[in-house]
Design a protein around this ligand. Structure first.
Ligand code: SF4
Length: 443
């Protein structure tokens, strides 16, 4: 199909890993729940385009790449490649698909078999696919494959004379060139580049990125470029999708995303990127605190709400943004039963638990930089009283009743536009909001 339709179309792709069915779990009748590595990801990749997929380690970006290639089986969703549904392909169709869709892995050493020569490594994809069917020029198939391996080495900037060497005889950058040559062997249309330069020195990274750029132009390749580092994707990607905890939270043309990041998570990621433009150097810093939550039990509503510096207070509550973040941090610790009340009593030198003012002062100092006032102060005070009395549920309910955010009750979705962001700071489609409220409740 060359009718202007995308080469790759991914819709609501999900990959969950169930881990409640181990022998111990079954014996104990325990449902440990599933790890939602990829949880409803959608995007298109146009022909000849490079789409970047970025996010912190563990956000699901590599699993997305491997699942859309069917190196892992999807839990749900749909993937189309050149108009064909990939997830429903039988073995023969899958083999044909794999000729056209390849992957380059991050670690060029472990992805190359150390017992094989480079010539064997590069000829292997051809052999597996029974190629060539007929050389047509009197060469044997083995000779053809060896010549093809030499061509590939030459094309990725290595010498054909190195064909009988082993992977350990090459540097990291050279090994990644071999990985790229292997991906090219079957003349694919599409390559998933899974952190292809992350393991390389900065100077070598630039060379490999230039090579990928040249190859794309020469062969009309389409790339999905996976990276944890936004600075790497800036120069090679046409568009960028930002992932957080199994979801795409923002997607847009690369320059738009860098010049006008929408999602608070994208803004936080950009803070770690050196600023090339003067206009960007005064950009406000919004520090990203806390750890990425477990994908086994992701937060309800917006997945980023436990770390978001801009989490939205309920309407009608007058509270400054930083204080609201502090209240939400306290709420999350209380709701997760992550506050060791006995340790706090010990810390205030009152293991018997009678000096409530000291206990509350300790918590205030731990969570709040400034004093609260009015009803906000009253609610926090009542919650701290409940904690001092050992009643976590009452503390959690007191805080929830006053401070519940739309960010926790309603899962934001990407809008239908060129540069969407899944965040309640921007307009949300009404139909999706209703559907996702139901989903947020069962999270
Ligand atoms: S929806 Fe709320 S918590 Fe999520 S990124 Fe937007 S403001 Fe932050």
């Amino acid at each position: 199909m060359t009718d202007g339709s995308p080469l790759v179309r991914v819709r609501d792709l999900r990959k969950y890993y169930g881990d409640g069915d181990s022998l111990l779990d079954r014996l104990l009748g325990r449902d440990a729940g599933s790890v939602k590595a990829v949880d409803g990801v959608s995007f298109d990749i146009d022909r000849g385009e490079t789409l970047g997929l970025v996010g912190e380690s563990g956000c699901g970006k590599s699993t997305t790449g491997e699942t859309l290639l069917r190196l892992r089986e999807a839990t749900a969703g749909d993937v189309e490649f050149d108009g064909e549904r990939v997830l429903g392909m039988d073995d023969a169709e899958l083999k044909a698909f794999r000729r056209r869709a390849q992957i380059v892995f991050q670690d060029p050493f472990s992805s190359l078999d150390p017992r094989m020569t480079i010539g064997e490594i590069l000829a292997e994809p051809l052999r597996i696919h029974g190629l060539p069917e007929d050389t047509g020029d009197g060469r044997s198939k083995a000779e053809y494959r060896r010549d093809r391996a030499k061509e590939l080495l030459d094309r990725v900037g290595l010498s054909a004379d190195q064909i009988d060497r082993y992977p350990h005889e090459f540097s990291g950058g050279q090994r990644q060139r071999i990985g790229i040559a292997r991906a090219l062997a079957l003349e694919p249309d599409f390559i998933v580049l899974d952190e292809p330069v992350s393991a390389l020195d900065v100077s070598v990274q630039a060379q490999v990125l230039n090579l990928l750029d040249d190859l794309q132009e020469e062969f009309g390749l389409t790339y999905l470029f996976i990276a944890h580092d936004l600075s790497v994707v800036r120069h090679i990607c046409d568009r960028v999708a930002v992932m957080y905890l199994g979801n795409v939270v923002e997607l847009g043309p690369t320059d738009d995303l860098f010049d006008d990041p929408q999602h608070p998570y994208t803004r936080a990621l950009l803070e770690s990127v050196p600023r090339a433009k003067l206009t960007e150097q005064g950009r406000r810093v919004e520090a990203l605190a806390g750890d990425v939550p477990s994908p086994r039990n992701p937060p309800s509503g917006c997945r980023f709400r436990t770390r978001c510096p801009l989490v939205i207070p309920p309407a009608g509550i007058d509270v400054d943004q930083r204080t609201y973040r502090e209240v939400m941090d306290l709420r999350e610790r209380v709701e997760a039963a992550d506050l060791n009340l006995a340790a706090i009593w010990d810390a205030v030198g009152d293991p018997d638990g009678s000096d409530k003012p000291a206990f509350k002062r300790h918590l205030r100092e731990e969570f709040f930089a400034d004093d609260l006032d009015g009803e906000n102060e009253n609610a926090v005070e009542r919650a701290l009283d409940a904690l001092a009395e050992g009643d976590r549920d009452r503390a959690a309910e007191t805080l929830r009743a006053r401070f519940e955010s739309v960010c926790e009750t309603t899962r934001p979705v990407l809008q239908e536009r060129e540069h969407p962001a899944a965040c309640h700071l921007y307009d949300q489609p009404v139909e999706s909001r209703e559907g996702d409220e139901a989903e947020a409740r069962v999270d």
